[in-house]
Design a protein around this ligand. Structure first.
Ligand code: ARG
Length: 245
């Protein structure tokens, strides 16, 4: 009896149970971050993480719902329960881990420089980039934003709500560079042939799922799920499907 009371009280209040009961898994994402997620011409959400989330919802036997917010406000929105999880290309950082719990990593990335190859023929040294005449467009509140400010404190940093806007600044010649996740950089350089990705990672980062703190059962469920995606080879298949070379 004691054991079952303990078990009941331990599992009570777990997010996973709540999601099953509600019949909906609500995921917080921003407008777009291909190839992890975005919208197709019919308005459907697509991308590697969308595929993963569809499997997660199927396993839980629930519907999948996306709640779209600005990247800059995504952690506050999670904390105020606007949705259940952030599975949205979020880098695991110590700063964020003060507010949320992170799963085990499911992808490794790095920040890279993307430039307009019609305007720049060879990429300047990092030292030369740290200059007030250099304009760097970034997505507000990203690790690219942080890396740009840390590495190029003298450059002019322009912030935008979405990665697509930041990249478009470079494609249209209004900014010289953007500092973005490598996965996104490959995608956007394919989208605009005037954009190129500079060699070399400026940082090395891992992406994880974020949930509200104090929910070991849910964290455990998500970690097991991620482990299964990796060990089954399914994650690799999804990378082949979505990542551009
Ligand atoms: N990985 C970077 C970060 O955590 C960029 C994420 C941007 N994600 C997005 N959905 N726009 O800050």
């Amino acid at each position: 009896v004691v054991v079952s009371i303990l078990l009941v009280s331990l599992t009570f209040g777990s997010l996973i149970d709540e999601i099953k009961e509600r019949g909906v898994l609500r995921v917080g994402q921003d407008a777009g971050y291909m190839p992890l997620y975005g919208t197709d011409m019919y308005g459907n959400r697509i991308g590697l993480e969308v595929d993963v989330l569809k499997i997660m919802a199927t396993l839980l036997g629930v519907r999948l719902e996306f709640v779209v917010v600005n990247w800059d406000g995504i952690i506050p929105a999670l904390l105020s329960e606007k949705f259940d999880i952030i599975w949205s290309g979020m880098t695991i950082t110590d700063e964020r881990a003060k507010k949320v719990d992170f799963s085990e990593p499911y992808l490794k990335i790095g920040q890279v420089l993307v430039y307009n190859n019609r305007k720049i023929s060879s990429v300047p040294s990092l030292e030369e980039l740290n200059n007030p005449s250099v304009r760097i467009a970034v997505q507000l509140g990203t690790t690219g934003d942080e890396a740009a400010r840390r590495l190029f404190p003298r450059a002019k940093i322009l912030t935008f709500d979405s990665m697509d806007e930041a990249a478009f600044q470079v494609a249209s010649g209004r900014a010289d560079f953007t500092v973005v996740d490598s996965i996104y950089a490959q995608y956007v350089a394919k989208k605009y042939d005037r954009l190129s990705v500079a060699d070399g990672f400026l940082t090395s980062e891992e992406l994880g799922v974020a949930i509200r703190k104090n929910d070991p059962e849910t964290l455990n469920w998500i970690n097991n799920f991620i482990e299964g995606l990796k060990s089954s080879g399914f994650m690799e298949l999804l990378e082949e499907k979505w990542f551009v070379e």
